[in-house]
Design a binder for this molecule. Structure first.
Ligand SMILES: Cc1cc2nc3c(=O)[nH]c(=O)nc-3n(C[C@H](O)[C@H](O)[C@H](O)COP(=O)(O)O)c2cc1C
Length: 283
């Protein structure tokens, strides 16, 4: 699956991802209103991944609704609409409109900044997670996926609360807060100073999170997957689907077909079906 935030902002980009072989696509996290995002530089490329501080640049739901309707008429694979906002009510509003514009499922980005909580994230405590998921679930008919941050002391108990509050699936994980300093300029490189680390650097953390969550409900394993081996690792940990983001920047859109072909020959070599592979490393 295409992970949220990478090539997910227009119908034509989503269509290109479908043509590249993705099994499903996730839109960029959509906010209630248009926002500019942070000023440059917003990305640092590293040998082991990248740090981004885009600041959720956003068309807003009014504008994106049109884009999603167009995507829906052109794309044959499932489209997951990612909803964000700074209160549970805002996220629920965006989620409902994504559903009405044709999203097959809604993913809630529980890592959006929370205005009432002064900079904490919407799903960062058990109480906030419960309130967020219940509010979004109330008005939704399509399946609800909750995307979790890896930067919580106990992801399993937060995941359990999300499921008990109405989530149908979990996506592990979002990026990890990180920083990069230019030693010659003696300054942080990102205009926002901090950003989200993604790519191979976070894969072992993502695999651990998937392993901790996979017996609670269906889990999408996201974080640093860029080869069939990485995808196989996620599936062995118990993921029912695999999300791919940063690898597209590092390797191009061919990463989807490369992973599919590699996984197929791995399964053949092991004499297993995909179903038999899922969760096989769980002990
Ligand atoms: C440039 C960039 C933008 C992102 N934007 C979003 C976003 O809008 N919503 C979201 O839930 N996750 C967003 N993410 C997180 C990714 O969806 C994914 O969870 C994370 O990057 C780990 O997967 P990866 O290593 O395959 O990229 C973004 C990641 C990157 C690199």
């Amino acid at each position: 699956m295409l992970a949220s935030g990478i090539l997910g902002s227009t119908a034509s980009l989503l269509k290109r991802v479908e043509e590249a072989g993705a099994g499903a696509v996730t839109t960029k996290t959509i906010l209630p209103r248009p926002t500019k995002g942070f000023s440059n530089p917003v990305v640092v490329d590293l040998p082991f991944g990248m740090i981004n501080a885009m600041g959720l640049p956003n068309p807003g739901i009014d504008e994106f609704e049109r884009e999603l309707r167009e995507a829906r008429s052109e794309i044959n694979i499932p489209i997951i609409g990612s909803a964000g906002g700074s209160t549970p009510e805002e996220v629920a509003h965006v989620a409902g409109r994504l559903q009405d514009a044709g999203a097959d499922a809604v993913e809630v980005n529980a890592s959006c900044p929370h205005v009432r909580g002064h900079g904490v994230e919407l799903g960062s405590t058990p109480e906030m997670m419960r309130e967020l998921v219940r509010e979004v679930r109330r008005s939704l008919r399509v399946p609800l996926i909750v995307k979790l941050s890896p930067m919580v002391p106990d992801i399993r108990s937060l995941g359990r609360i999300a499921v008990e509050s109405g989530a149908n699936a979990l996506n592990a994980v979002n990026t990890m807060r990180a920083m990069y300093i230019d030693v010659e300029a003696m300054r942080p490189v990102l205009s926002n100073r901090f950003g989200g680390l993604s790519g191979p650097a976070i894969r072992p953390v993502a695999v651990r999170c998937v392993y901790e969550l996979a017996d609670l409900c269906d889990v999408i394993g996201t974080g640093g997957v860029e080869s069939w081996r990485d995808a196989a690792e996620m599936l062995l940990a118990g993921a029912k689907a695999v999300g791919i983001g940063t690898a597209i920047r590092r390797k191009g859109l061919s990463v989807f077909s490369e992973i599919k072909v590699g996984l197929e020959s791995y399964l053949l070599r092991k004499g297993l079906s995909l179903r038999e592979l899922i969760g096989r490393a769980r002990i």
